[in-house]
Design a protein around this ligand. Sequence first.
Ligand SMILES: Cc1cc2nc3c(=O)[nH]c(=O)nc-3n(C[C@H](O)[C@H](O)[C@H](O)COP(=O)(O)O)c2cc1C
Length: 345
Amino acid sequence: MPLVERLFWRGQIGIGKVMVPNPAILAPMSGITDAPFRRLAAALGAGLVVSEMTASAALAQGAPEARLRAEGKGLRMHVVQLAGCEPRCPARQVTGRQSGSALMRDLDHALTLIEATVGAVSVPVTLKMRLGWDDRSINAPELAHRAQAAGVRLITVHGRTRSQFYDGRADWAAVRAVKERIAIPVVVNGDIATYADAVTALAASGADAVMIGRAARGRPWLPGQIGRYLASGTRETPPPLSAQFALVHRLYDEMLSHHGLAMGRRHARKHLGWALDAAAETAGAPDALLKANRVRVLTADDPTAVRRHLAEAYANFASIAAANGASAWSQTTRQTYRGGERKAA
Ligand SMILES: Cc1cc2nc3c(=O)[nH]c(=O)nc-3n(C[C@H](O)[C@H](O)[C@H](O)COP(=O)(O)O)c2cc1C
């Protein structure tokens, strides 16, 4: 195994008594990481998956939408992200907690919420934060230190300030100051899309694991592949188109049954678009073909028509892949992910 791979894997990560099998975590993304997507990413090997942000008050009141967001059915291990601004008791099944990044302007208040959560649940509590509010107030190390003292068991840091929003590149090296202040596991997050990104982010930050958000859209297999790579050095290519088709088909069906037909169709549409983007990339399909298939799939309303157009789209991409020299539906592409190794080189 190459040296870098041995250097960056430190064995299993413990969140309190809960062991995480590999160091790649699917990020919480509102409107994206719903229960069907989390189940798929977990089934494909993500070390851990995190729910969409859920309002703690709504969850405590049993609001149906909040319960749907926090659903852990079919998941062996599950983190529910709570957001709230009052230190009231959260529901007992909750295993994670995060604060909106506005709380980075008021650490005392953040601590009251953290202490209330830790005191209310018997499961390990985790915290996700940015580096600080802006570059004049980088207080993630202080917040992490105080959160650890309050009983938090794992901390994730997105290497940007709140004021940056998504501008610039995530500063993985800045996460090292958090790692050096605390003894509990640290997860580095922001702009991690390839094997090389994961290795570089871990090296720069000294963190124990990576969290992957936007790069997993349309690629539910990505956290699992990166996790296996970090754990064992296995470098996999994206799944063949036939497998990608089966995955998107399953996601679509699960979204319709999870959200109900009307909402499910709406939720699923953006996932279908991202899945088609990923498939076109795997096949090396030209933009015009992607665009034509996207329009057909995304403008269809009736699920039967959507499934038919999806099947046609993947068959079209498979023909391109075959013409490009691979054996269509069972091809294994040598391609790396978008921006892949070129970006990291
Ligand atoms: C559409 C979208 C929704 C998000 N929703 C949440 C959320 O509910 N809670 C949270 O802590 N972070 C949320 N994030 C931030 C991500 O978890 C992650 O920190 C950020 O996208 C950086 O990681 P990435 O570069 O891998 O995407 C969201 C990001 C996106 C793009």
